[in-house]
Design a protein around this ligand. Structure first.
Ligand code: ARG
Length: 578
């Protein structure tokens, strides 16, 4: 039946394990499934069971196991042949059935293709972007935004309920500094006209002057303590800084197409920290040290987590501990994820430990998702000195450059501005996700915008190419009837290459979730696009033979659906014309 086919054959690893479990005494089906591989080269089969790890348990040589599996293999319509080579049991799928099974699933599921119900609606809290008020939204925050947004979509696609939190850096001593600086040198009209840039300048000026006048630091600390205690003047200024900053952040989020479920930033926890400090005290975790309060972590080879400064001010740690407890109580999360640069790893390890020491066993559900640095043409990303890359400028430049490319490639296109925006912004997002997140990246315009490279524009362009073929094919080509396809027309190497990639989508999404690594999806999309382009160049699609034509069109439609689903997951639009 349709159902059996959907569940058994669309997970070939599982399916093969089921077929083999009876032959391998004492080996659990699950552990066989974990061993099954996709050989890198189709000459070695579509699926392969390496028998090396089974050798000890079964007291047989790997090749003997493989041969036994081969001799006991009973025919199956999903499989063309099997083989035993150098300790591997190799399975060659029946290419027509493989194509027909995969295409049926893609076409039937459509925009849900690749999704699963693993999460059963459980909450996953994702803390991402989280820029600092009154400071430039920099390229590191962009990376957090892009990775966090992709994880948000991926978890949602896997059946979880994602909760996106923008933990705004809207609290801390820096606001004391900013208030002092504004009161000394600020002008309301200038701040209104120039926004974060001007606030940033005031902040930098504070640091420049305070080097010579350390008493300014005390004054700043005093202002922050006033703010924490609800002083009217301090609060009014602070609110204004927040408002001005948010306006600019929203421009960025709108361009990127990113949304949050909550903007509860650090200030949100101001009135919730006292209770947590009491709890820490009651649990005898707080120690006084020269007037400050801290949690010692010597036993775990970490410096202490500072909770209260000697002037009474709270810290980043205090707010993160408080926020985590609040989030656990509010969302009862299955997992809480924090996406920041790797430079903050120690901070997270420290306060995760504090949560554990408080006796909360859910400490193990907290997870830091670190990422590497981004540099652009050698520029520094520090906000402290003010020499920062302006993200708004970066995005504007990407859009402008894309617009030029489009003008060259396709001067008659409609909606050039809209497409340039989708592709230009997509190029930046994709570039951030094109390597393992922990790797540092050097941003290069040529690379990011290369329509032939391993880029967002390349994948989007391939998607548009598939759309264009379907448009030319005419009515109904985008709604093929999977059951009417003559899958025997899809058994050549190029078509099978595409089918194999289509099949892998679901597994790749799942891996991306398990490893918290959206780059698995972006790299997958490049693979799928490349295999499709090979097919496109080798196999004419709009041919006279109706059987060949409709089978190939169904493959094109399946690619279109899968590229679009994947692009959406990592936060890119998929325009139909480029
Ligand atoms: N505002 C911080 C920064 O810009 C990032 C906050 C990350 N989230 C958290 N819960 N600590 O570096």
């Amino acid at each position: 039946s349709q159902d059996e086919r959907g569940s058994s054959v669309m997970n070939y690893k599982q399916w093969l394990a089921g077929q083999l479990a009876g032959q391998l005494e004492g080996v659990a089906e699950e552990s066989i499934a974990e061993l099954v591989e996709y050989p890198p080269n189709p000459q070695m089969g579509d699926l392969s069971l390496p028998c090396f790890k089974l050798s000890k348990q079964l007291r047989k040589a790997p090749q003997a196991i493989a041969e036994e599996l081969k001799s006991k293999w009973s025919g199956n319509d999903a499989v063309a042949r099997v083989d035993a080579v150098s300790g591997y049991f190799n399975v060659y799928l029946n290419p027509a059935k493989f194509a027909s099974d995969v295409l049926s699933e893609v076409l039937e599921k459509g925009e849900r293709y690749g999704s699963q119900e693993t999460g059963q609606g459980k909450n996953i809290v994702i803390d991402y972007s989280s820029p600092n008020i009154a400071k430039t939204f920099h390229i590191g925050h962009l990376r957090s935004t892009v990775i966090g947004n992709a994880l948000y979509n991926i978890f949602q696609f896997m059946g979880y309920n994602s909760v996106g939190i923008n933990h705004l850096g809207d609290w801390g001593t820096q606001f004391g500094k900013l208030i002092v600086a504004y009161k000394l040198w600020g002008e309301q009209s200038k701040v209104e006209a120039e926004g974060i840039d001007e606030l940033q300048r005031l902040y930098v000026k504070f640091h420049d002057e305070a080097d010579a006048k350390p008493e300014m630091e005390d004054e700043a600390r005093a202002w922050f303590v006033k703010l924490e205690q609800g002083d009217a003047e301090a609060e009014k200024l602070w609110r204004w800084f927040v408002e001005i900053s948010l306006k600019e952040f929203h421009k960025m989020y709108d361009l990127l197409g990113v949304k949050f479920d909550s903007y509860a930033g650090e200030s949100f926890y101001n009135d919730k920290m006292a209770a947590i400090l009491d709890e820490l005290k009651a649990k005898q975790l707080l120690e006084e040290d020269e007037g400050a309060l801290l949690v010692r972590l010597d036993d775990y080879n970490m410096p202490p987590a500072l909770m209260v400064k000697k002037d009474g001010g709270t810290l980043y740690h205090t707010r993160d501990v408080t926020a985590a407890i609040y989030r656990k109580n509010t969302y009862d999360f299955e997992k809480a994820i924090y996406v920041t640069d790797a430079g903050q790893s120690l901070h997270f390890q420290q306060w995760f430990k504090v949560i554990e020491l408080m006796g909360y066993d859910w400490a193990k559900q907290l997870q830091h998702v670190p990422f590497g640095k981004v540099s652009l043409e050698g520029a520094k990303l520090s906000t402290r000195k003010g020499n920062v890359i302006h993200l708004e400028e970066l995005l504007a430049k990407a859009i402008e450059k894309t617009r030029e490319i489009i003008e060259e490639k396709n001067p008659n296109m409609e909606n050039k501005d809209e497409v340039a925006r989708k592709v230009g912004v997509g190029a930046i997002i994709f570039n951030d996700l094109s390597n393992n997140r922990i790797k540092d990246i050097v941003f290069s315009w040529e690379e990011a915008l290369n329509f032939e490279g391993e880029t967002g524009p390349y994948v989007q362009y391939t998607h548009a190419r598939a759309c264009s073929v379907l448009r030319k094919a005419g009515d109904g080509a985008d709604k093929p009837d999977a059951s009417a396809i003559d899958a025997a027309q899809l058994t050549n190497a190029e078509a099978q290459g595409v089918v194999r990639e289509l099949y892998l989508f679901k597994e790749r999404v799942e891996q991306a979730m398990l490893k918290l690594e959206p780059s698995i999806v972006s790299r997958y999309l490049v693979d799928l696009a490349q295999s499709f382009n090979r097919f496109y160049h080798e196999c004419p699609i709009l041919v006279d033979d109706p059987g060949v034509r409709s089978a190939r069109l169904a493959l094109v439609q399946s690619v279109r659906v899968t590229l679009k689903n994947g692009l959406r997951l990592i936060g890119l639009d998929a325009p139909e014309k480029i």
